[in-house]
Design a protein around this ligand. Structure first.
Ligand SMILES: NC(=O)c1ccc[n+]([C@@H]2O[C@H](COP(=O)([O-])OP(=O)(O)OC[C@H]3O[C@@H](n4cnc5c(N)ncnc54)[C@H](O)[C@@H]3O)[C@@H](O)[C@H]2O)c1
Length: 327
């Protein structure tokens, strides 16, 4: 298929020369909208790289939890000698929390939205950001699947709207998938590309199609694993073991789904299903049922596995235990 628009980023020129580093240092204030699984990790990496981070969430308790998580994750880095205690203290001091969006974004140079994966919510947030953020601010979204072009079309600055898709867990995972919306300015894509490098990440630029590259390929894999479980082809442990040991995946697809959040997986499958209009992307009924019943994986304490605070054991949920193969 013909690409309407080629990536504007000149990869061979993307090394961080002094000018680029100076330009990036002008981006002083980074606002992160949403402090859940991804938001806390994004705040972590920016704070650790010396940015002034404004963490914003409608839920103060979520931000309190996020700060504890960031502290614990930095402790792990200190234990591994990849961060000093002094750097940890400085990084934590770079983060301030807000429940008021106007306050959180009024001085922001770049905003990274990492709120719940829901198109109506994201449109509402971007309309507000467009009104409240300085004109110069880049409006990036960490969405896993929603069209950047569509989100941008609800703002008066579609050229400044771009996808900056971090991976989970953000402090550990190297990749940032950068999504070049149809109307995104080349300079904005380039800035976000350079910024990702500055954070020590490896950016890859892709164009704006449902699921981009990462989730267009990953989510149908996860959905197929859930369909296999639903059809009784194999149990949770067998499916994950086959993919781990047979395909050298570090984590089985069902465990990964629990880790990502089954609600997020369900939303992404719906975006692929609607975006391509192809039945092959229809979400598994078991996935829909689990989400509707509140079994969302790690974040709710149970999905395909049962999670007990303080325990690292991988225990298959009682609901699926009878489906395991017993000799
Ligand atoms: N979980 C993953 O593995 C993963 C990976 C990559 C990208 N993403 C994407 O990142 C985004 C966030 O996902 P998550 O897993 O962190 O979700 P999450 O459910 O863990 O956290 C979402 C947070 O957004 C907050 N929120 C909701 N409405 C808000 C609003 N109007 N203003 C400010 N905050 C609001 C919620 O209170 C919550 O704390 C989604 O777009 C998701 O697709 C997730």
């Amino acid at each position: 298929m013909l690409q309407e628009k080629q990536s504007p980023v000149k990869l061979e020129h993307a090394g961080l020369d002094e000018n680029t580093r100076n330009m990036l240092q002008q981006l002083k204030i980074v606002t992160v909208i949403g402090s859940g699984t991804m938001g806390n990790g994004i705040c972590h990496v920016f704070a650790q790289s010396g940015f002034n981070v404004h963490m914003m969430d409608i839920n103060q308790a979520a931000m309190d939890k996020a700060l504890v998580t960031i502290g614990k994750n930095m402790d792990r880095q200190v234990a591994k000698n990849t961060l000093t205690e002094a750097d940890k203290t400085a990084a934590l001091a770079n983060i301030s929390t807000y429940t008021d969006m106007a306050e959180a974004v009024k001085d922001a140079d770049i905003i990274i939205e990492a709120a719940t994966e829901n198109i109506d919510l994201k449109i509402k947030i971007f309309q507000e950001l467009d009104k409240l953020a300085p004109e110069r601010a880049i409006l990036a979204t960490n969405t896993s699947s929603i069209s950047i072009t569509r989100i941008g079309s609800y703002t008066k600055r579609p050229g400044k709207v771009v996808g900056m898709h971090f991976m989970n867990p953000v402090p550990v995972m190297k990749l940032v998938e950068i999504i070049n919306g149809y109307a995104t300015d080349a300079q904005v894509t380039q800035t976000v590309y350079d910024l990702s490098k500055y954070l020590g990440k490896v950016p890859c630029v892709v164009n704006d199609y449902p699921g981009f590259i990462s989730n267009r390929i990953l989510m149908p894999l996860i959905n197929e694993a859930i369909l296999s479980l639903q059809e009784g082809v194999a149990g949770v442990e067998e499916i994950d073991t086959i993919m781990k040991l047979g395909m050298a995946h570090p984590m089985g697809p069902l465990q990964l789904a629990d880790f990502i959040g089954l609600d997020t997986c369900y939303s992404i499958m719906n975006v692929l299903h609607m975006g391509f209009g192809n039945q092959k992307y229809a979400p598994a009924t078991l996935l829909a049922n689990m989400v509707q019943a509140g079994f969302l994986g790690v974040k709710s304490g149970e999905g395909f596995y049962k999670y007990t605070p303080g325990s690292k054991d991988l225990v298959v949920s009682e609901r699926f235990k009878s489906k395991q193969w017993k000799m």
